[in-house]
Design a protein around this ligand. Structure first.
Ligand code: HXC
Length: 332
């Protein structure tokens, strides 16, 4: 009896390992050569050590359910939950080494499951996107599967934080959901968001355009305003997500977490006496003002490359969260 249970557990571990193994060594090597981490490596970096619990690792895709020969471990996405600085978050990480991280029915059901759980528990949902879009082989069902995700994006909006990390190509349906979420992180050079790629643009409107010009991090951070944060590599990007989570409440019913940075409210800073010039036509560096006032000179700027005539971001006063649009009122 004990042996049977034992073998079941071992079998479960084997199945989990299979789901985590992605598209095999060659494709993982290619992923690394492109300067990208794998879906699993990203989750392990994002979450507190040892906190990740996988959900629905045994889910298979349409091809396998219909007796197809090709194996798509985990159907191209790893889903689960874990912690960031001890706070619960739900996550999904698309695996480009498995059918290009494309989204089929099973893949979507896994994402929807963690989105539903995040809403029930009242915790942030973080999606790591690296996907060729709707899985062509599944036809219109793949499009409907996207609809299920969009529907949940709308219901979760304003209730729990929704965060998207674009960490590879995100084409077609793969860009609609992230752009509806609250915060979009991108990685320079390796991440692209576009409804359709440069080849289709060339065919349809005869225009030569590179992937970077069409939907690279720089474009979305400075022109479209879709990306709030850009980072030079996967590691710094995931660290940025952890930083952001520290400022956010887990849901709309909770307050943002307090963090005492040992910066007394009565502290004064003499540079402020001279910072604002008496002549209102003369400019001054508003960053100096912000960093000087905020607790521990800690400030997380959002959209630093977009609409450069305003600085927005998160900081704390007396340990409490302060969003800069409130700062103007508080300081007045
Ligand atoms: C099925 C896909 C796929 C997809 C990639 N793959 N995208 N399989 N459906 N959408 C597979 C490739 O066939 C390949 O498999 C493997 O993933 C890696 O892809 P490559 O092309 O070798 O990688 P790369 O050169 O890096 O190019 C990545 C890419 C490109 C830019 C994402 O694959 C691409 O353009 N894909 C199609 C993008 C697209 O048109 N998506 C829109 C779908 S329609 P093998 O086995 O050959 O290695 C859509 C509408 C949604 O999304 C509407 C929602 C309402």
């Amino acid at each position: 009896m004990v042996d049977i249970k034992h073998s079941n557990i071992l079998e479960l571990y084997e199945l989990r390992d299979h789901a985590f193994s992605g598209g095999g060594e060659k494709r993982i090597e290619l992923q690394h050569q492109r300067g990208k981490l794998t879906a699993r490596e990203r989750l392990l970096l994002l979450l507190d050590d040892g906190s990740f619990e996988v959900i629905a690792s045994r889910k298979v895709g349409r091809g396998e359910m219909e007796g197809g020969k090709k194996s798509h471990p985990g159907d191209g996405v790893i889903t689960g939950h874990g912690a960031i600085n001890g706070r619960e978050v739900f996550v999904f990480s698309q695996d480009f080494t498995v059918v290009g991280g494309s989204l089929g029915e099973g893949h979507s059901q896994k994402i929807c499951k963690v989105m539903d759980l995040a809403l029930q528990v009242g915790s942030p949902i973080i999606g790591i996107n690296d996907s060729g879009g709707a899985r062509i082989q599944e036809g219109v069902d793949a499009l409907a599967a996207y609809g299920e995700i969009f529907h949940r994006n709308v219901y979760a909006s304003g209730v729990i934080p929704q965060i998207s990390c674009i960490m590879g190509p995100c084409a077609g349906g793969a860009v609609y959901s992230p752009s509806m979420t609250d915060f979009v992180f991108m990685v320079e050079q390796t991440s692209h968001m576009f409804v359709t790629g440069p080849n289709v643009v060339k065919t349809v409107i005869h225009k030569d355009i590179s992937a970077e010009e069409l939907g690279g991090a720089e474009v979305h951070a400075s022109k479209s305003g879709v990306a709030q944060f850009i980072y030079p590599n996967d590691i710094l990007c995931l660290r940025g997500v952890r930083q952001l989570i520290n400022y956010l409440p887990s849901n709309s019913k909770q307050k943002a977490p307090l963090l005492d940075l040992n910066d007394p409210p009565e502290r004064t800073d003499p540079t402020l006496d001279y910072l604002v010039p008496p002549n209102p036509n003369q400019s001054y560096d508003m960053n100096v003002l912000i960093y000087s006032i905020l607790d521990g000179a800690e400030f997380l700027e959002i959209e630093s490359l977009f609409a450069n005539n305003i600085i927005c971001g998160f900081g704390r006063l007396g340990g409490c969260l302060l969003y800069t649009s409130d700062a103007a009122d508080d300081l007045a």
